[in-house]
Write a protein that binds this ligand. Sequence first.
Ligand SMILES: Nc1ncnc2c1ncn2[C@@H]1O[C@H](COP(=O)(O)OP(=O)(O)O)[C@@H](O)[C@H]1O
Ligand SMILES: [Mg+2]
Length: 245
Amino acid sequence: MTEPPALLSVDGLVAGYRPGLPIVEDISIRLDASEIVTIIGPNGAGKSTVIKAIAGLVRIEAGRISVDGQDMTGTRPDRLGELGVAYVPQTANVFTTLTIGENLALAARRCRSDAAGRVLAMTTLFPVLAEKSGVRASGLSGGQRQLLAIAMALVAEPAVMLMDEPTAGLAPKAAEDVMSLVRRIAADGVGILLVEQNARLALRLSDRAYILAEGRNQHEGPAAALLDDPLVGEIYLGGRRKGAA
Ligand SMILES: Nc1ncnc2c1ncn2[C@@H]1O[C@H](COP(=O)(O)OP(=O)(O)O)[C@@H](O)[C@H]1O
Ligand SMILES: [Mg+2]
């Protein structure tokens, strides 16, 4: 029996910023529809580099990236949408000098048909974006700004979302809100590859996870099993877990 192709598959990825100096040495990741897969690991482990390599922002020296079995290795960032892939960067993910409405309209220009309808769908899904449509993105709270960035990615109805630390810098309540939104998006069928500093929060909401260190896969498995693994807890999650908290 052969397995159906993964929604997103990364095989033996070697990538970096300078020729011959790979940051990511041999990474393999699989993501299916409706799944949340999290990449965790220490600062500088290469998590963002993996996401950026998939998004066409980093040079790939070896390996293969495919969507639904179709090779997309080295696809330019402006062609990602055609393959059903959306990328939400960690920083600078909205245009701060533009209003919410303008940000959404700009993102919707990538939609081949019915851009106005897609913007309307986003403001219906997220009423706060409709209420604040005329407000500049610079005037939003951190949580609202992240919501806008996610809406700008969702506007194109992606099959795969790549999200780099969507809860970075957010207050705990706002971080929880963003993560429950991530769950809702996955429940609608989107496969989400997530990088998170807040590893415990992310593992609680993820299906599977990969732990990266020094540019390589160190551990992988169901998120719940990694959360319960005392060795993983001690090394990667900041100490042994006490009780069930
Ligand atoms: N634009 C860049 N140019 C050169 N080196 C970079 C660049 N961005 C990141 N790096 C290096 O790549 C390594 C991995 O970085 P990154 O993927 O951002 O790690 P993480 O997201 O896991 O914290 C780090 O050593 C970092 O210094
Ligand atoms: Mg990073």
